[in-house]
Design a protein around this ligand. Structure first.
Ligand SMILES: Cc1cc2nc3c(=O)[nH]c(=O)nc-3n(C[C@H](O)[C@H](O)[C@H](O)COP(=O)(O)OP(=O)(O)OC[C@H]3O[C@@H](n4cnc5c(N)ncnc54)[C@H](O)[C@@H]3O)c2cc1C
Length: 560
């Protein structure tokens, strides 16, 4: 063990940094571990904004925010968590603003709020269309101000579980090579999503579900893994996201004939229906031949140059650079792309997991406020509100307990696995398996799901996992051995994908992002109003379920 701390936060995106700041302010000796420099975390790519019921643009309240979130979740978000979230979000926004977040403002000086999909009021606070970039800089400033140490370019690989407690993390030092073990009285996982399981995704290369896999392999439950959100506007061909803020500002979706097709699917909400609805509508247009190159178009031309330049400058630049179109003059080709994991490590409302001393927050966690479908703008808010709550709870536990013990066997096990990977002299290369995983997940576990395709995907995953056992890491070096880390990431993605597909096959209904129009086209509350729970048992997935927590909203049909 090279060092020990009260609280170790794994991940330095919005959730990780917010947790670390809170743990520090609660009096704990906290350190962060990150495979990337903190400001390169994927939170920095978030564009459109962050939801809190401030009521600056129209009447709003925590109650309406909570209801929109429950309804958006297709009624399997946990309502107690959602109520906490909606009630605490406004205070967290004010805190961020006091720390210096340069949110866009209205003429009267209040924070501006834009409409987002399926929101009953314009409640998305934003900083033009670079909200994530602004937040990550502000949080990083606060981390630096507090001198919170960061084990930067440390790749967390395995949790140290000892005496029924989580007591640290075994990492691979990316810069110098070698295993480095850190002890912690508590550990907070904040490692983000796993969108890289798909070929077409908005997620960065680093989003490989490492924290989910670490928890899974430590025997912890992952919850609702079948619910992968497809974002309706990812650019063709790159997959780079064009923010929902474009539709919030009034952008249209049109097909190859120039028809504003959302009127046929969601006559009231149109382009601002929830993401699952819009993604399915687009996919139907594409499948029925009304797309171009597997895409439809996002049309901003009618907004005019002035508004585009003021409110959506980042989106315009992305469109010009990556799709070769200037949205002032031409529509942008877009299609649904894998974007956000609603599921993740099961936690309580303070981020605590089943394992004493282990907490989780942000996209890697499932508390669950998003249920089967996340509302745009709720994820950044979740990273802040539940990052803060997890940081506080982890610090309080750590300060009330004294010892950290890391048995030698923890590092020995990791070393043995590492030797296994590095000693092979031939075999298949990880990138080949990764490409097959990404392509097959898109084909067989995408916007629409079919029983036969999901069963096929299960077989494909079995085959890929078998081939992974003999995967060949060509680079045997110590310094920035991305060949090695990509192999580890691939293993993580394969195992979490197995959880997703296993849970998806068992959910014989259509709910939120899990859509089975061919065999189970409707929601079935009688048989499936429950969370899916997947655990790692005997090198495979064991499927269970847990109750959805209700407070006051009875399930109703969703209409847009
Ligand atoms: C393009 C894009 C735009 C988005 N726009 C919005 C938006 O406008 N509004 C909104 O609410 N949501 C948005 N989202 C979703 C939201 O941004 C993310 O869900 C959220 O930022 C995730 O934050 P996080 O802190 O959980 O993870 P991340 O920001 O992804 O951070 C993960 C951290 O974990 C570290 N890490 C990962 N694995 C390891 C490992 N093995 N060892 C050590 N460190 C590790 C990484 O280095 C990183 O520091 C968007 C998402 C994308 C992809």
């Amino acid at each position: 063990m090279i060092a020990k701390h009260d609280v170790l936060v794994v991940g330095a995106g919005c959730a990780g940094m917010r947790a670390a700041i809170e743990a520090h302010d609660a009096g704990a000796d906290v350190a962060m571990i990150s495979k990337l420099h903190p400001t390169r975390s994927h939170s920095g790519a978030a564009e459109g904004g962050i939801n809190a019921a401030l009521g600056n643009a129209a009447e709003d309240s925590a109650e309406i925010h909570a209801y929109d979130t429950v309804k958006g979740s297709d009624y399997i978000g946990d309502q107690d968590a959602i109520e906490i979230f909606a009630a605490e979000a406004p205070g967290d926004i004010v805190q961020l603003e006091h720390w210096g977040a340069v949110f866009s403002r209205r003429e009267d000086g209040k924070l501006a709020q834009r409409p987002f999909g399926a929101a009953g009021s314009p409640r998305t606070v934003y900083a033009a269309d670079i909200t994530g970039h602004v937040l990550i800089q502000v949080l990083w400033e606060q981390v630096c101000k507090r001198d919170i140490p960061v084990y930067e370019e440390y790749f967390a690989w395995q949790l140290v579980e000892h005496e029924d407690r989580c007591q640290g993390v075994v990492c691979w030092d990316l810069l110098h090579g070698g295993l480095k073990t850190l002890g912690g009285k508590t550990v907070v996982l904040a490692t983000g999503g796993a969108g890289r399981q798909y070929r077409a995704t908005t997620n960065a290369y680093a989003c490989t579900g490492d924290g989910m896999a670490m928890a899974l392999h430590a025997g912890l439950p992952l919850k609702d893994m079948e619910f992968m959100q497809f974002h309706p506007t990812t650019m063709f061909p790159s997959g780079i996201l064009i923010t929902e803020g474009c539709r919030g500002e009034g952008g249209f979706l049109i097909n190859k004939d120039g028809e504003r097709f959302m009127k046929n699917y969601a006559p009231n909400a149109l382009e601002l229906a929830s993401r699952d609805v819009v993604s399915r509508s687009e996919q139907t247009e594409i499948d029925e031949g009304r797309g171009v190159n597997g895409s439809i178009f996002l049309d901003l031309r009618h907004l005019g140059a002035e508004r585009i330049l003021e409110r959506l400058p980042g989106s315009r630049e992305l469109a010009m650079t990556y799709a070769g179109v200037d949205p002032i003059y031409d529509p942008i080709p877009v299609r649904p792309g894998a974007h956000y994991h609603m599921g993740g490590i099961e936690t309580d409302n303070d981020g605590a997991t089943e394992l004493t001393g282990l907490y989780a927050a942000g996209e890697c966690a499932c508390v669950s406020i998003h249920g089967a479908n996340r509302l745009g703008g709720n994820s950044l808010m979740e990273t802040i509100t539940f990052g803060r709550r997890a940081g506080r709870a982890a610090a309080e536990w750590a300060l009330a307990n004294t010892t950290v013990t890391v048995p030698e066997s923890a590092e020995r096990d990791a070393e043995a696995k590492l030797d296994g990977l590095l000693s092979r002299e031939s075999g298949e290369r990880p990138w080949k398996l990764r490409d097959e995983l990404g392509q097959s997940m898109l084909e067989n576990f995408g916007v629409f799901r079919r029983e036969d395709a999901m069963l096929k995907q299960l077989e494909i995953l079995g085959d890929l996992r078998e081939r992974f056992r003999t995967v060949y890491v060509e680079d045997k070096g110590d310094v920035f051995n991305s060949d090695l880390t990509q192999a580890i990431e691939l293993g993580n993605m394969l195992d979490t994908a197995l959880c997703m597909v296993t849970a998806g096959i068992a959910r014989k209904e259509s709910r939120g992002a899990h859509s089975r129009p061919h065999d189970y086209p409707t929601r079935d509350d009688e048989n499936f109003m429950h969370h899916s729970i997947t655990r790692w048992v005997d090198d495979g997935v064991e499927l269970g379920r847990s109750e959805v927590r209700f407070t006051k909203w009875e399930p109703q049909e969703r209409k847009y």
